[in-house]
Design a protein around this ligand. Structure first.
Ligand code: PLP
Length: 225
């Protein structure tokens, strides 16, 4: 896709977001030039979901880009991105959380993370069930991890045209956020992020309490896998 098209797509998406909703431009499988086109339009927040790809792209791109790791992160790869990643959005186990804490400690950093919920009907999606997430928080080991900061929740709705189903799943996530906020983070202003909404459903997400939408295809075009 041309730089011009990317810039106009980006502006269109950004202008359609209500105040309080940030845009993560999902650049996975798109080249550095595409990222630069969005950067030229003022976009600084980008999402990637493969460690090797991010490692290859980052050095050739401006240093003030904020990288969110949005994909499934294997514990043995945390070490590569720990020096610079600004948020890990899809934490779905205590083991991963603990490894992020350990690696962040080596660089004297605090890494922001989101807990990924599994609410969608699809079986292949990663994430914690609501009960597993309740358990993880209740067990409390996360309280002894000074190098991670749990900033909120992330989820992917079922990939469907059924708007009602998407809305239900996102509303469930929002209610669960409120529950967790009250139980564990009522005095933690940084626990405020609700990351849901992708190309096909971000307008719905904006109506269902999202604070961060992750949009790729609508900005950069189809991915060549
Ligand atoms: C790829 C990806 C997106 C963006 O998907 P699009 O449909 O291209 O907008 C959002 N979130 C996650 C976790 C992804 O892996």
């Amino acid at each position: 896709m041309s730089a011009e098209a990317i810039r106009s797509n980006l502006l269109r998406v950004r202008d359609s977001l209500p105040p309080g909703v940030r845009l993560v431009a999902v650049s996975k499988y798109h080249p550095a030039e595409s990222i630069l086109a969005a950067y030229a339009e003022g976009q600084r927040l980008f999402g990637e979901s493969h460690v090797q790809e991010l490692q290859a792209k980052r050095p050739v791109l401006p240093p003030d880009i904020e990288w969110h790791f949005i994909g499934h992160l294997q514990t043995n790869k945390v070490k590569y991105i720990a020096p610079y990643v600004s948020m890990v959005e899809a934490v779905d186990s205590l083991r991963l959380l603990s490894e992020i804490n350990r690696q962040a400690g080596k660089y004297e950093r605090v890494i922001d993370v989101l807990l990924e919920l599994h609410i969608a009907a699809e079986e292949t999606k990663y994430g914690l069930t609501l009960d597993a997430c309740r358990r993880l928080l209740a067990e409390g080991e996360w309280r002894d991890m000074p190098h991670v900061r749990i900033c909120g929740l992330m989820m992917m709705a079922t990939y469907t045209d059924d708007v009602l189903q998407i809305r239900n799943e996102m509303t469930t996530a929002k209610k669960f956020f409120d529950e967790v906020k009250e139980a564990y983070f009522s005095d933690a202003p940084y626990f405020c992020e609700r990351s849901w909404g992708m190309s096909h459903d971000y307008p719905i997400a904006c109506e269902c309490g999202s604070t961060m939408v992750r949009v790729g295809t609508t900005i950069f075009g189809e991915r060549n896998y």
